[in-house]
Design a binder for this molecule. Structure first.
Ligand SMILES: [Zn+2]
Length: 153
């Protein structure tokens, strides 16, 4: 089994399981690039990756590099019952981030204090709707993750 197909990391957190449409996203992430699938016909960005443009129904797509910044659009603090790997970090956060370069594109992840920090590392004052954040790509056991850190002005 390749590292990309594992369901969890060694510490019990869920790992990405890319499908054919999403594999390029994770390949770019491994290189430290946040790229959004966009329609090659009308340029409409879309996420999660999928075969067909929801705006013009074209099957042609490209991967547009974005600057990796965004803001917290929403967040939650999950409560038990949690998977064991997550219970060990509770309370932690799950954020929904809207991208600066692609308004309307929102991604789910965790806000962390630094790229390699645990999911319960973010300072409470950094966790607020509208807070600026930046994508980071920590690697664990050969698996690239997408997380978010506070963007300092
Ligand atoms: Zn289109």
């Amino acid at each position: 089994m390749s590292p990309m197909m594992r369901a969890t990391t060694d510490n019990g957190l869920l790992a990405p399981v890319p499908d054919a449409d999403g594999a390029p996203f994770w390949d770019f992430a491994t290189r430290g690039e946040l790229r959004i699938q966009s329609c090659a016909a009308c340029r409409e960005p879309r996420f999660p990756p999928r075969p067909c443009c929801p705006k013009c129904q074209s099957f042609a797509s490209s991967w547009r590099l974005v600057n990796g910044t965004g803001h917290i659009w929403s967040y939650v603090l999950p409560h038990p019952p949690l998977l064991p790997g997550y219970a060990a970090h509770a309370p932690y956060n799950v954020v929904v981030v809207e991208l600066s370069d692609a308004p309307g594109i929102r991604m789910v992840g965790n806000l962390v204090a630094s790229p390699d920090a645990e999911i319960d590392s973010a300072a409470p004052e950094d966790l607020r709707i509208g807070a600026p954040v930046r994508a980071v790509f920590p690697q664990a056991q050969g698996i690239t993750l997408l997380r978010w850190t506070p963007e300092r002005p």
